[in-house]
Design a protein around this ligand. Sequence first.
Ligand code: ADP
Ligand code: MG
Length: 303
Amino acid sequence: MHETRFMMGTLVSFTIVGMPKSAAEEAIHAAADEMQRVEDVFTIYGTVDNEIKRFNHAPLGQRVRLSDEINVVLHTAMRIQNQSHGAFNPALGALNQLWGFSKTPPPKHPPDQAIIEEKRQDLSHCLHEDQQGWWRDSAQCQLDFGGIAKGYAIDRGIHLLKKHGVEHALIDAGGDLRVMGQHGEHAWRIGIRHPRDAKKLLGVLHLKGDVSVVTSGDYERFFIDKGQRYHHILDPQTGYSSQRSQSVTVVGKRAMLTDAWSTAVFVLGKDAMKIVHKKPFQVLWVGKKGEREQSDGWHMLVQ
Ligand code: ADP
Ligand code: MG
């Protein structure tokens, strides 16, 4: 059973094997609805009203209550911000919107340097929480869950499939995915895209059980201006697209974590291998010149 839906700015495909068609269909619809709900809760784009947009426009210092669900994801994001020495930052919404990579058509030139400089200031510790709720201490401090919410949505989708009795499935949101069980007699086979040649693969992973694979790349939303590539993964230190990587793939159980860490490692570059080394992930890093580095257990995933 296979179905696709357009969500989170990408085509999301659901594959279920080893289950009667009608039950599989019902499970997919429940999972897809849940993922759409998650998108609506976390998005900073479009016209839906949500708590995050309200927070982003609340007066400075005013407390805003965020739902338990947002709290969990925000605390996770801030933990990863801390562990990645600020490379991952869930508060760069204003900077991200200034660049405008999510617009159609995408921009052709970078914004004015002085405005980038203004939006990048004071983002590292600008979010605060107390008994009354969350508040922000600068106008450019705006939540952006673009680096983590897709992973969280995939986790929720898998959760819903499990609740419907599904044992073998794949949810693929434009290359960011999570599998469960296996594909018939075999492992799930997952190709990792080459960052500079869409027809080539960096490798094929063979996965069984509960595993997510998330990639952050500079080839998804980008433009080239005067020979320089600008893309949607921003380095909070400079306010510009991070220049240290072409792509980073992280494999681990929860897609919320592999999603955020793929973005964090992308920004940090090769040095981040030391940080993720201690975590239950496998990582493939591709640098600016196409050079590669992989974690010790990566070869076990490639057969
Ligand atoms: P994709 O969404 O294409 O899978 P990522 O997971 O790497 O790619 O997330 C990129 C998105 O995350 C951006 O569109 C933006 O919303 C947000 N973002 C960009 N830079 C950062 C950063 N340094 N830390 C956290 N989020 C970021
Ligand atoms: Mg990410």
